[in-house]
Write a protein that binds this ligand. Sequence first.
Ligand code: SIN
Length: 520
Amino acid sequence: MTGGAAASRVQAVETHDVLVIGSGVGGLTVALETPDLRVGLLTKTELGRGGSSPLAQGGVAAAIGPGDSPAAHAEDTLAAAAGLAVPERVRILTEEGPARIAALLALGTRFDRDDVGHLALGREAAHGVARIVHANGDATGAEIVRALRETVEAAPMVEVFERTFVCELVMEQGRVVGALARDAADAVVLHLARAVVLATGGIGHVYWHTTNPRDNTGDGLAMAARAGARLADLEFVQFHPTALDVGADPMPLLTEALRGAGATLVDESGRRFMPDFHPAGELAPRDVVARALRELQSQGRRTLLDARDAVGPRHASKFPTAVRHCLDHGFDPRREPVPVSPAAHYHMGGVAVDTHGRTSLAGLWACGEVSCVGVHGANRLASNSLLDALVFGARVSRDLMRAVRRLPPAKALVGRVDVRLGDTSTEDGACAKIRRDIRDVMWSEVGLVRTADSLRRALGCFTQISRRLGPGASETHNLLTVAGLVAKAALDRRESRGAHFRSDSVPTPGSRHETSVGNG
Ligand code: SIN
């Protein structure tokens, strides 16, 4: 990495066996499951407080109930993925899922139980049986992160660096050997490690309407792209149909489990409209439901979720988060239908990894939403995202335990790696306007319905925006990088498949789409 005129010198050097970037379920799992290694855990927020993991309402899918099997779970996952998931990898996901639930229980995760003390299993759209575990009703992510975070805080081998923004991966002789970061005091710190793990989460903030928190700016994906890592399936962004439509950013999620419990989608006259679009009605695949809402809205109609029965006395304790979101914004879902709209929710694509989380770059692993193992294909099955982070996070750890000891200690790199940090101009007012523009273009041109024309318009806008932004390695640059990558991949895939809908599509045989940008 070279520095420009505004380059900053490294002010401190830290060395670790393993450097983990990100503190959601994936990053925390890796940190915990590498017990004998010295782990440096860098997180942009406070530990376990940022990203999508703590906000996840839907639970974790795992074949643990009577009459269920990993094979049945795999079948549902592959059907949802619209032909693009890799069966062997889905098999690993579903076979290793039950052990991850057991591991979370052993850490003290308090999953919901039925009257006789067994884990309570819920059913969600496109699952053939009830196999979803939840915690505190619809606060599953928060409870899992609590259990993982408390264990990490007590782990002597894990050193946590909070409010640390990672700007670039650092490479030496073709190998990733660390990262350059700005710490909480704005000092430039070089973190060197034998192995680096990206667990930075998703890209939702690149869209105007999203359920993701504002820190999901695609930093890991953008850094990996700049370093030349292979990326896959970038065009596949899942839009959740029922985000509370009250002008909030991010939009509060109203979990799909509400529809599983009988909530219906109605128009302004109270008429159910989903049966007009799909025989499964409200429990049709997410992309179908999301596009149905968009269709009504484009006709000037209103779209509301009638959850009066679902949150009523029968399910009183099941949806505290969803009810609180509505009450906070002046709606009482127990008494009235509430306005809902689709919002960007999950990125199926990401940094291409194998089943051990190894990327195409030596020294770099990835897990969780930033990665693309190939288990979600064109459309992720509900409640398979936390499962992905848990299963493949643990597999990354096992691989690191084997690989790391064969690599030279990070201390050997001190003084050898010569880096400066380029311009990381802090986000100012101009950046705020640029972010709005990027997010607006992504929503209108690279959203639920795409055409070659809309995607070319988007790419043209991003070229203009890049002239206004200048050089640097900030969140806004990352947003712009990610926006361009998603738009380009969407332009290249001329068919409609799963969450990627091209209204100008031509039928083509489907295949996974891998790409590489940057230096590699
Ligand atoms: C939801 O609770 O509706 C979201 C769950 C998921 O994204 O899997």
